[in-house]
Every structure is written in C-alpha cells, then in structure tokens.
Design a protein around this ligand. Structure first.
Ligand code: AMP
Ligand code: MG
Length: 480
C-alpha cells in the first residue's frame, strides 16, 4: 500500500490515536480482491488480508485513530459522538492516485465509545459489505469494503452474536457532523479544518472568489445528486443523521437501510424510526434539512461584522438543492422509463407509472425490467385496475412515437438493474455465514457486481421477487 496520511495533519483535538483490539479467533469472511488491487495492495498484503481486516496487523507507520464528530440524530442535537467502534487505520493512494480512507469497523472501544462495546456483529457487517458493493456496482457513490472477518468471540446484542470487523474504504470519513463538533467544542479550529476539507475534497473551489461559498454549493450539489440516485434505484438509507452524511456526497454508514421492493414510498425500513422520519419518500427533504444544519455551522467562518450578509449568501446556496435534485431525478426516471428526457410529458407519464406500482403493490425493480422488456401484458395482468394501466400505456406509446426507440431501449438497459439487495437475500447470506458458510455471501457478491446484466447461472428465482404481501416483513434491527 502507498500511504498518504493526511488526516493526522489536523489539530490533534480532532482525533485520538487508538490501536484496534482484535477479536478472539478471527476468521475469513469475504475479500474483495479487485478493490485491494485498485488500492494497490501488494501480494503480501493480500495474503495477510485476514490479519489486516481483523485488526491484528496494522499498516505502519500510520497510527490508527478515532475521529471526533457530533451530530443531529432524528432531528435532535445529540452532542459529541465520534468513532466509537471504528478506526481510521490508513489513508492510501489508489491506482488513480486518489486518497482513500481505510476504516476498520468493530475494532474495539475508543475514547468515543460512551456506553458501547466498540464492536460490530456479523449480521450488520455483512449487510454493510454487500450494500456498499451493490451501490458501487450500480454507479452510486458509496463507501465500499476490502473485506470482512468473523470471529469466535460473541458480542451481546438482543442475543449473543458473532463479532466481526469490516475494512471499509471511502473517499472521506468527514461527516456534516464534524463541523457541528468543532463549533461546539473547538471553534478556533473551524477555519483551518474547512480549508483542509476544501483542498482535499474540493480543490477546484480554491479558485473561486469565495472558496467557502463554492464549497457549500459543491457539497449541496453532490448531496442532491446522491439522493436523486438513491431515489432512482429505490434505496432508503434509514439513518440520515447529520453524523452519517459524508461531505463528499458519497453514501456512508449503512444501518437498517433497505432497497424498496414493492413500491411503497412511505415504507419504514428502520424499525426504530417510529415517526417515519427516514422513509424513502422523505430522503430529499431530510437531506435538505441536514444541509441547512450544516450551512449554519459555516456562518461562523465570517467575521462578526459581515456575518449577516454571509449568512444570507449561504442560505441562498441551498435553493440549488431542489433544482439539482429534480433535474437529476427527472432525467434519471425518463432514462429508466425509456422516454425522451427532453419531452415535456415524460415526467408526468413516469409519475403515472409509479402511481400504478404503488396502487397495485408491484415490485419497483422488476416492473421497470418488465417495461424495458416490453412485457406489457405481464404488467397489465398484475394490475387490478387495468383501465388505469391501459391509459398509462397509451400515453407511454404516444410519447415514444417517432422517437429513436433503439437509443431509448439502450438507456433503459443502462438504468434498470435486474438485481438489487433484497432484505431476504441478505438475510439468507447472514444465516449461512452464522453457520460459517460464506458461499451465499460470495454468490451475492458476484451477482451484485453486475446488476445490469442478467446472470442466469448465478441467479436464484428468489432474487427477483418481493416477499408475498401477506408475509410479515423481516424486521431490521437498529442494533448492529
Ligand atoms: P451509528 O448508529 O452506527 O451511525 O452510530 C452512531 C454513534 O454511536 C457513532 O458515534 C458510533 O461510533 C457509536 N456507536 C454505535 N455502536 C457502537 C458500539 N457498539 N460501541 C461504541 N460506539 C458505538
Ligand atoms: Mg454513524
């Protein structure tokens, strides 16, 4: 690995050095060799992946560290949080010479553990491993993971579960909540920290007249695009607290997330989210709210005399969120539908299709595939209200008349995955892994690596169907 240790350049108040505490009896879970290659791991490092992904072998001379951050959780100020169970164990250069963080999750207690045990269980590690991989393969910015290990050591949650560690890779682990921590506990560091964020993650903003405003705009834009991408693929993050949003607009911290199966925008995938704050349909407005909290932190970068004007300028940057989100979402939806992006009726027609999916409780992913494969009769047969479907289909054909159908079909193929990570798929892989059988993790890993390509030899019929409407949902615990 080629180290590029840059986080330790920051003021030492912002982190604590901490060595991992390995679990007893660490054993191989799964290794993403292609990612290790991308991150320039040597043959010897790849051979030692189990030791590296279980905290037994650190990457000298990098001193593992836990970051300080704070956050708003479920809409309320939660105070100081920080890495309570994960450590930044290295920053390395990938083949493109970009710096990538390696963060070992479940590595034991840190000064930020509060009441927690510093651990992660196999169940949640597998869910994060597969989801990060799936989103990357879908072309959605996200953390990923080089590998994970299981162990013989039990970790207590609702019941005793196998402890595990995940070696996460991400372009950054700087959360919106980092800024909240600084303003609360070390306000003198705000300016220097922001400068570092800009030069590491948004260097193009340094050329702007006001680099801070340019930075704010860029973070807003990236976040709006990220959320539009989540909506398009039916991904619900589940815990969009300000401490779980990355300043780079890359998905971070998978908890009780879910991919929508039957199209139910108000579906609560996180069973601890009693108010339904983080449902799929609320993600755009929650992202907007989180960014508003974050912009309020940047206000203090201006001297007192000009703070009011600066505040107004920052506030103005947020109006771009909705514009960027809608543009990305509308275009993406038209591509999924096989409708021309420029046609003024494409969006209405797309929304009518979504309404049918919602009313008829149809599978989001497979319904788009059926549309793409022109299996209109199959779709119609799944509807109770066939009149509404017929009306939609007529309008759909009208819009597609005299268009370049080949190009539209091509765009559908590029935007409609055959495979998403359904909860029951992850659950089957977890149950097998808890019996020390990682073959299902491996199968899903391979299947989800190419979500846009039909893979008959790898796929199982259950990969393509949502649970029956009368079967109780798998309850995804918030404990992890
Ligand atoms: P999360 O819900 O995973 O995003 O975590 C929120 C906060 O709780 C972060 O500061 C975590 O580091 C901390 N945390 C979660 N689980 C544990 C644990 N088992 N031990 C220590 N800290 C934890
Ligand atoms: Mg978190």
């Amino acid at each position: 690995m080629q180290l590029n240790p840059r986080y330790p350049q920051l003021n030492a108040k912002l982190y604590r050095e901490q060595m991992p505490t390995p679990l007893k009896g660490a054993k191989a879970g799964h290794f993403n060799e292609a990612l290790a290659d991308e991150l320039q791991w040597s043959a010897e490092e790849k051979q030692n992946w189990v030791e590296i992904c279980s905290g037994q072998h650190t990457i000298t001379p990098f001193q593992p560290l836990a970051m300080a951050y704070a956050g708003h959780q479920f809409g309320h100020w939660a105070g100081a949080l920080g890495d309570g169970r994960g450590l930044l164990i290295a920053q390395v250069l990938n083949k493109k010479q970009q710096t990538v963080d390696l963060h070992l999750k479940g590595a034991g207690q840190t000064p930020f553990s509060r009441m927690g045990d510093g651990r992660a269980v196999l169940r949640s590690v597998i869910r994060e491993y597969l989801a990060g991989h799936a989103l990357n393969a879908l072309g959605i910015p996200s953390s990923n993971a080089v590998g994970f290990t299981s162990s013989l050591q039990g970790v207590q949650r609702e019941k005793l579960e196998p402890g595990a560690m995940l070696l996460r890779s991400a372009d950054s682990h700087i959360r919106l909540g980092h800024f909240e921590w600084i303003n609360q506990y070390a306000p003198e560091l705000l300016s220097d920290f922001t400068q570092h964020c800009i030069s590491w993650h948004y260097p193009e903003c340094l050329k702007a007249e006001s680099p801070i405003l340019a930075f704010a705009k860029a973070v807003i834009e990236k976040t709006a695009i990220l959320v539009a991408n989540w909506q398009l693929v039916g991904f619900a993050h589940g815990v969009m607290n300000t401490d779980n949003l990355n300043i780079t607009g890359s998905t971070l911290d998978f908890g009780p997330y879910g991919f929508l199966e039957r199209f139910r925008p108000s579906w609560i995938n996180n069973h601890s989210d009693h108010q339904g704050r983080y449902t799929y349909e609320k993600q755009p407005s929650i992202a907007h709210w989180n960014l508003w909290v974050w912009l309020n932190q940047l206000v203090y970068l201006a001297p007192k005399e000009t703070r009011d004007t600066f505040k107004a300028e920052l506030s103005d940057t947020l109006s771009q969120f909705e514009i960027t989100f809608l543009e990305k979402y509308q275009t993406g939806l038209a591509c999924k539908m096989g409708l021309p992006t420029f046609h003024k009726e494409s969006f209405d027609c797309s929304l009518n299709f979504l309404r049918i999916l919602q009313q008829e409780k149809l599978d989001y992913t497979q319904s788009f595939i059926a549309l793409q494969e022109k299996r209109y009769t199959d779709l119609r047969d799944d509807c109770i209200n066939t009149d509404v479907f017929d009306e939609f289909l007529e309008h759909y054909h009208q819009i597609r008349e005299n268009q370049d159908i080949e190009a539209l079909q091509q765009s559908m193929q590029e935007h409609n995955p055959h495979y998403i990570l359904r909860n029951h798929m992850a659950q089957d892989a977890i149950e097998a892994a808890e019996r020390d059988d990682f073959s299902e993790v491996d199968r899903l890993f391979k299947l989800l690596a190419n979500p846009f390509t039909k893979q008959p030899t790898l796929e199982k019929p259950s990969d393509l169907v949502p649970p029956a409407t009368d079967v109780p949902e798998i309850s995804i615990s918030c404990s992890s």
